[in-house]
Design a protein around this ligand. Sequence first.
Ligand SMILES: Nc1ncnc2c1ncn2[C@@H]1O[C@H](COP(=O)(O)OP(=O)(O)OP(=O)(O)O)[C@@H](O)[C@H]1O
Length: 452
Amino acid sequence: MDTILVVDDDLGIQKQLKWSFTSYQVVFADDRASAIAQLRRHEPKVVTLDLGLPPDPANASEGLKTLQEILALAPQTKVIVVTGNNDRVNALKAIELGAYDFYQKPIDSDTIKLLVQRAFNLANLEQENRILARTKPGMGSVIGNSEAILAVTRRAEKIAGTDISTLLLGESGTGKEVFARSIHEHSPRKDRPFVAINCASIPENLLESELFGYEKGAFTGANKTTIGKIETAQGGTLFLDEIGDMPIGLQAKMLRFLQERVIERVGGRTEIPVDIRVICATHRDLQSMVAEETFREDLYYRIGEIPINIPPLRDRDEDIILIARNYLNQYREDFKAKAKSFSDGAIQAMLAYPWPGNIRELQNKLKSAVIMAEGSVVQAEDLGLESYENTRAPESLNLREVREQAESRAIRRAFQTAEKNMSKTAELLGVTRPTLYSLIDKYQLEDVKTGA
Ligand SMILES: Nc1ncnc2c1ncn2[C@@H]1O[C@H](COP(=O)(O)OP(=O)(O)OP(=O)(O)O)[C@@H](O)[C@H]1O
C-alpha cells in the first residue's frame, strides 16, 4: 500500500484526510521537524502540506521552508500544498519552488482524493522510468532490476568484449536468446551477423547440413552447393540454442570446428576457415548428461569456458512486475487496447504464480489479458490467475518471522548470484560454509539444498 504524508497542525483536518485517503497508508506530522522525520522514516511518494505551520501558522513561511527541505531531501516527492482561501500568491510561490500542485481550503474530499491519486500515478510512472533508465544502459533489451539479473548482466558485460565461449544455462523462456544477442551487440563483432539456430527444432538428419552446409550432389536433393549457418555467421556470432539436444554423432564434428576453427561442408573435401564467436544455451543439465554419456565431456568443457546461469522468473520478484508493466504498455499500443495498469489482486497473483514458462509465459498471459480486459485495469482473472489471488501469505510483522523470511530470501538470492556455488554463496553472505548449511536446514530451503 502506498504511503501518503499529511502535514497539518489541525487535528480536524488530519482526521478528515485520514477518512478521505482510505486506499493509502496515511502518516501525519504537525510541524517542520516532525514532517522531515516522517519523510525520512516512510519515504512517502506524495505529501499534502499545509503552508500555515507552527510556530507561524498565520504566515506561509514555515510551510515554504518545509517544502524546500522535503524537496532537497527527496526531490521526486509529489508535494501538494494546501493554502488558505485566496492565498494564490503563496500557492504560486510553492509551485515555483517545486510543489506538484496546490489546493485551497476548505478541503473537499472528492477533489483532494482525485488530486492525490493523480500525484501517485505520476510518481509511480516516474519511478518506473527511473528504474528502466537505470537498467537500460547495461545490456539493452534485458529488463530487470533484481540483484540476480543485475549480477548476470554484469557477468555478461564483462565477457562481451572477449571471444570466450559462453554457455547460457536457464529454464525455457528465461531470456537466454536475449542475453546471447546482447552479448553480441556489446562485442566488437556487433556489425557482423548474429545467427541463431535451435538444435532441438531441426530433425537430426538435417542438422548437420543446416550447420555445416553441403556441396552439390552430397545427397539426393542436394541440387546446388549451399552454405550452412556456421559460414553465414562468418565474422559474427553463432548462437546454438538447445545444444543439449545435439545428437552425439554430430558433437564430434562440432568439437573439431570449435577446436580448429575450420569446417568442411557435407560432401566436401576442402577445409574452410571460420572466424566466429560461439554462444551456446540449454535448459538441460549438461553435467548429468556428461555423466550419462549422452553429451561429450570434451565438448562440454569447450563450449562452457564461462557458464552463465539465468535465474528463473519466480526467483526474481522485483522483475516480474517491472517486466509485466513493460509488456502491458507495449501490447496496449500493439492492440490499441485500453488496459493501463494492474489491480492489486493481479499483482499479488503474478507474484504468487510460479511461472514455469518464465518470461515467455508472462508475455502470453499478458497478451491475452490486454485483449480480454474489460476496463483499463487488468484483473487476476484476465491473466487466468484468479486462483493465485490472495495465496501469498501477508507480510508478517513478527520480528523473528521477518528476520527468517529476509534471511531465507537473501540465501536464495546469494545462491543464484553465486551460480549455485556454496562456497561463493557463503562468502557473499559473509558466513562460513557450516553456518550456511545450518541456515539452509533451519529454514528448510530444499531448493537450495538440492541445487534447484
Ligand atoms: N529480461 C527480459 N526483459 C524483457 N523481456 C525478456 C527478457 N528476457 C527475455 N525476454 C523475452 O522473453 C521471451 C523469451 O526469451 P528468450 O527466447 O530469450 O528465452 P530462452 O531462454 O532463449 O527460451 P528457450 O530456452 O525456450 O529458447 C522473448 O520474447 C524475450 O524477448
